[in-house]
Design a protein around this ligand. Structure first.
Ligand code: 4NP
Length: 161
């Protein structure tokens, strides 16, 4: 879950549809990658969904399982994207084009937050979307983990350039 670190900390918000599969996993992966790194990687992540389907719910059990299988701690309760988020976060990173459309529709004109697709950072971007694994099998969750892991690695590298 999002922890206020300090004023200079870059704040990243990951957004998907339900906030129980892709975005809480992205949040957990980023926070684990930057924990214990130098202040130059003073970045922290939170996540939310464009919809209100899973407010205050833990991530899907398959999300928790794939995180743990890959040695990533995960701790999040579902919440919905709000206008306030556009004044709190520096970078808002969405999982697919539908999330991008819904997120930009809510963005206040005066917000300076940058809204990007997660796979804009992926060295193997494919169709540019992180697929929604909710209606599929376990393999889809490992595939999503691998996409997020390498995209977030590339995102963090870019912040150091
Ligand atoms: P997510 O996946 O957007 O990656 O969290 C989904 C979770 C729940 C639903 C759809 C997608 N749903 O319809 O409840």
């Amino acid at each position: 879950m999002f922890a206020l670190a300090n004023e200079n900390c870059m704040k990243v918000l990951f957004v998907c549809l339900g906030n129980i599969c892709r975005s809480p996993l992205a949040e957990a992966i980023l926070n684990q990658k930057v924990s214990g790194t130098s202040p130059s990687q003073d970045i922290s992540a939170d996540s939310c969904g464009t919809e209100n389907y899973h407010i205050d719910q833990a991530p899907d059990h398959r999300t928790i399982e794939v995180a743990h299988r890959n040695n990533v701690q995960i701790d999040h309760l579902g919440r919905q994207l709000s206008e306030d988020d556009f004044h709190i976060y520096d970078q808002i990173i969405v999982m697919d084009k539908s999330n991008l459309y819904d997120t930009l529709a809510l963005k206040p004109k005066e917000s300076k937050a940058e809204v990007r697709l997660m796979r804009d950072f992926d060295p193997e971007p494919d169709d540019g979307e992180v697929p929604d694994p909710y209606y599929g099998g376990e393999d889809g969750f490992q595939q999503v983990f691998d996409i997020l892991d390498r995209s977030i690695e590339a995102f963090l590298k870019k912040q150091q350039d």
